[in-house]
Design a protein around this ligand. Structure first.
Ligand code: FAD
Length: 476
């Protein structure tokens, strides 16, 4: 494996056997390439072990079978619209024009898809056409296709898989050409491997609180990403002369209910803040005690952007006892009884006999909360809400009063390694670093989705770019 003679040289060294690395290695091997696939974890699969695995693709065979008219052009138009033009147009085009091929390939290999797909449903801003797909076992259903495909090539001797082995450095000659990697195995043994091409598919940094804060200027609030998403590839790319971009495109989810404890915290539950499935009875109050968005705002993107301006990306869902008893329970999959038992047992669920005590308890200015609730109640009485909300069936005036803390944040990495249309890592002067490529979350959601959550546009570019690199790097 180590050494520098031509015969010891791999055609492709893939750094990370996850969503992007598996198709990259498999495709390169199918074309006859000799591939070294290095994986830091003991198991392969990366973020697919935890991801919802939702993908978007237009012009698929499944859409055609179900009579759904769609095209990559229409998909591109919509991703541009949803991201307000902030998505990287080159990477978006590359994804959508190759997405159907990648998805059809998954289907050909027995992807265990949910019956309702392609679907229009989404936790993010919706597409106009049903082009959303996910498996019965979410991300793991994708892995159930990718792993056997890779193992076939491994069995043919075309891929060598090293698990429990981290790439810790890149080999680079005096002209700046990347021609190999430095490795450390689980026993701490160091070695190196020479390769004509090195592909960084090592994922993001969303399990690395220090890097998260440094790169996007925000705290990592939720402990929900894959534990090996430590951002190793970012340091490797930058050390080789590459640069990062996308910090300004950070976007927060509209919030989760988190457990007690230091950040990053675990997830306790999720409130249904989607007016299309549950109209709000409650109000959302920020750290200043003010409402900051119309709670029945139909666009999740507008709600998410409103949260971006709030201190610590945090707000409280505030309501009274009448709402608690009459409205459908606001926490997904929780009964009213479960909620009742949880109040005052943890930081995120609070109950008090008066609004004043509730405000003190949650650390929000008391006067402001009283004024906000009084304004809201006046709007309910007049039938005209100050923020333009149309669903306000009841005032907030019957004790006890309740507050559920919502914490915004992100599960993926916004900032990414700058690449060109061939996925070559670029230097700040715009030149490509010979021999070095990057694909997957390491490119950052800022490039792959822009300043928006564009449904399925993290997993799909991973699969597409992995396959494209495998094809591009090994010529028949
Ligand atoms: C909870 C959750 C839900 C999500 N849901 C969706 C969704 O529904 N739709 C969507 O589009 N996106 C979703 N995403 C995002 C998407 O799943 C990820 O962006 C994508 O799977 C990342 O793929 P990747 O190939 O870049 O990285 P990974 O799949 O994480 O693979 C990277 C691999 O590299 C390995 N590695 C890291 N460092 C090294 C090193 N130094 N040496 C060797 N190996 C290394 C890691 O162990 C890992 O196996 C979700 C993310 C999360 C966390």
């Amino acid at each position: 494996m180590s050494g520098n003679s031509k015969s010891d040289q791999w055609d492709v060294i893939v750094v990370g056997a996850g969503t992007t690395g598996l198709p990259a290695a498999t495709t390169a091997a199918e074309r006859g390439g000799r591939v070294l696939l290095v994986e830091a974890a003991e198991k392969i699969g990366g973020t697919l072990h935890v991801s919802s695995g939702q993908m978007s693709a237009a012009g698929t065979r499944l859409q055609a079978e179900k009579g759904i008219e769609d095209s990559p052009e229409k998909h591109l138009e919509e991703v541009m619209k949803i991201s307000r033009g902030t998505i990287d147009p080159v990477l978006a085009r590359l994804t959508v024009f190759n997405a159907a091929d990648a998805f059809d390939w998954l289907m050909d290999r027995g992807f265990d898809i949910q019956d309702q797909c392609p679907s229009i449903e989404s936790a993010h801003e919706r597409y106009e056409v049903a082009r959303y797909y996910w498996g019965n076992d979410f991300g793991k259903s994708i892995l159930a296709v990718l792993e056997p495909a890779m193992r076939e090539q491994e069995a043919l001797g075309r891929i060598k898989v090293l698990t429990g082995t981290r790439v810790t450095g890149l080999l680079q000659d005096l002209q700046g050409v990347v021609n190999g990697v430095e490795l450390v195995d689980a026993q701490g043994r160091e070695s190196s491997a020479a390769g004509k091409n090195v592909v960084l598919t090592s994922g993001g940094y969303a399990s690395n609180p220090v890097m998260f804060r440094r790169l996007c200027g925000r705290r990592l609030y939720l402990n929900g990403a894959y534990e090996f998403a430590q951002g190793d590839g970012y340091d490797l790319a930058v050390a080789a002369g590459g640069y990062l971009r996308g910090r300004e495109k950070y976007l927060s989810n509209f919030g989760w209910i988190l457990e007690d404890g230091p950040f990053p915290k675990g997830m306790l539950g999720r409130a249904n803040t989607y007016p299309e499935t549950r109209l709000p009875w409650e109000i959302y109050v920020n750290a200043h005690g003010k409402r900051f968005v119309r709670e029945d705002e139909p666009s999740v993107d507008v709600r998410e952007h409103a949260l971006l301006d709030q201190p610590e990306l945090r707000y409280w869902i505030v309501f009274d006892d009448a709402i608690f008893r009459q409205a459908p329970p606001i926490v997904f999959d929780w009964s009213r009884e479960q909620m009742a038992e949880t109040f005052n047992t943890c930081e995120a669920f609070r109950r008090a006999d008066s609004l004043e005590s509730l405000a003190v308890d949650i650390g929000v200015p008391c006067e402001a909360v009283l004024e906000t609730v009084a304004d809201f109640n006046a709007g309910v009485a007049k039938g005209r809400d100050a923020l333009g909300r149309s669903h306000s069936p009841a005032p907030i005036d019957k004790p006890p009063f309740y507050a559920i803390r919502q914490q915004g944040g992100s599960l993926s990495s916004t900032v990414g390694v700058a690449v060109n249309e061939k996925l070559q890592v670029m230097r700040p002067d715009g030149g490509a670093i010979p021999g070095l490529y990057a694909a997957g979350e390491i490119l950052g959601s800022g490039q792959l989705q822009g300043n928006a959550f564009v449904g399925g546009m993290m997993v799909m570019p991973c699969l597409v770019f992995g396959r494209l690199l495998g094809q591009q790097l090994v010529e028949f």
